[in-house]
Design a protein around this ligand. Structure first.
Ligand code: PLP
Length: 370
């Protein structure tokens, strides 16, 4: 089976797994019950993991809150800001191509009297910075723009977006779920105030992630989403999932180069362009993209290729969250593709276990479909 769906999820790296295993059994302590050795051991492991995550994104360890993944972190960031800052204004700016976790949270807040602006993107999936500037008013409390798109890999100009947001005294939240591990992220240099990440997109376990909350310049406050034992300094109650947190920390610690992934992705695209230049379109091709992602519109239905190659190849039409729904990708339609074109588009997302031979086999399979 050739797996080219790494943006949906990744396998757990062997080193990550081995680091996690003792925390299920012999080191099973509760990190919040650290008056004895087992608890203290768990607490220490959590704090080491927190440092690994913080080092990866260049923040302080106290600025990291562990969550069950990016969906929770996104809900916490957006709802948490809205609850605390709505006396200042009820306006939030986001983008039509955001992940459903952002879009649906914003839609939920619309029912709670929030006003949301959903910015357009151009044909390469990029927002217009002037449009962003005009959209932010004195009522705007939050701007949410993702680092890199999960379907196309298109990377937004995060630094400029943060600058514009701050000029208008608003808070900037960035969904970096797909970017972490695939490109260097520096919340200081980029000026990000709130950011989420998820372990299962970077060779860590599922069900664990983190929310970065800036503590100074400016200090950002949030209402908690979960109330309970006051874990994570009161930001996020609930017994910490120590093995998963240890796994997330290790996954951050071992993030490596991905030049060879980019080479394989380019090889796939170049070979297809060489044969079918006029018949295919690479979505977002003029923008900076993640090195591992290629979203291509073919002259045939994506489901047909997926069905034909099902026993050999794992590929997707788009987001894992919407592949069960029978709707065309909201990301591609926002980029100007028709419903029909969106239905003919496939996302190839490569990872660190992808090989040259696999790419050659994929090319053969695609050629058979033409
Ligand atoms: N944001 C983006 C861009 C994603 O790709 C995903 C996962 O598909 C999420 C958020 C949700 O992440 P999680 O699975 O950790 O809840």
């Amino acid at each position: 089976m050739i797996y080219l769906d790494y943006n949906a999820t990744t396998p757990v790296d062997e080193q990550v797994l081995q680091t996690m295993l003792p925390y299920f059994s012999e080191k099973f302590g509760n990190a919040a019950s650290s008056t004895h050795l087992l608890g203290a051991q768990a607490k220490d492991a959590v704090e080491i993991a927190r440092h690994h995550v913080a080092n990866t994104i260049h923040c302080e360890a106290q600025e990291i809150i562990f969550t069950s993944g990016s969906t929770e972190a996104i809900n916490h960031a957006i709802k948490g800001v809205f609850q605390l800052y709505q006396h200042k204004g009820k306006h939030i700016v986001t983008v039509k191509t955001e992940h459903k976790a952002v879009i649906d949270t914003c839609k939920y807040l619309e029912k709670k009297c929030a006003t949301i602006t959903y910015l357009n993107v151009d044909k390469d999936g990029l927002i217009d910075l002037d449009e962003l500037d005009k959209a932010i008013s004195h009522e705007t409390i939050l701007v949410c723009v993702m680092y890199a798109n999960n379907e196309t890999g298109v990377v937004q100009d995060i630094k400029k977006i943060a600058q514009i947001t701050h000029q208008k005294n608003s808070i900037f939240f960035c969904d970096a779920t797909q970017a972490i591990g695939k490109m260097p992220i520096n919340v200081q240099a980029d000026g990000i105030d709130l950011m989420c990440l998820s372990a299962h997109k970077m060779y860590g376990p599922k069900g664990i992630g983190a929310l970065f909350v800036r503590r100074k310049n400016p200090r950002v406050a949030l209402e908690p989403l979960l109330h309970g034992g006051g874990h994570e300094r009161g930001w996020r109650s609930g017994t910490l999932n120590v093995p998963a947190i240890v796994g997330l920390g290790k996954a951050c610690d071992i993030i490596g180069e991905n030049k060879f992934i980019e080479k394989l992705r380019d090889e796939l695209e170049d070979a297809l362009l060489a044969h079918y230049q006029d018949k295919i379109n690479i979505n977002g091709k003029h923008a900076i993209r993640l090195a591992n992602t290629s979203n291509i519109t073919f002259p045939f239905k994506a489901v047909d290729l997926i069905r034909q190659t099902k026993s050999l190849l794992s590929i997707a039409t788009g987001s894992a969250c919407t592949s069960a729904e029978n709707t065309p990708s909201h990301v591609l339609t926002a980029m100007g593709l028709s419903r029909e074109q969106a239905e003919k588009s496939i996302r190839f997302s490569l990872g660190k276990y992808t090989t040259e031979t696999e790419i050659q086999t994929v090319l053969t399979l695609i050629k058979q479909a033409f």
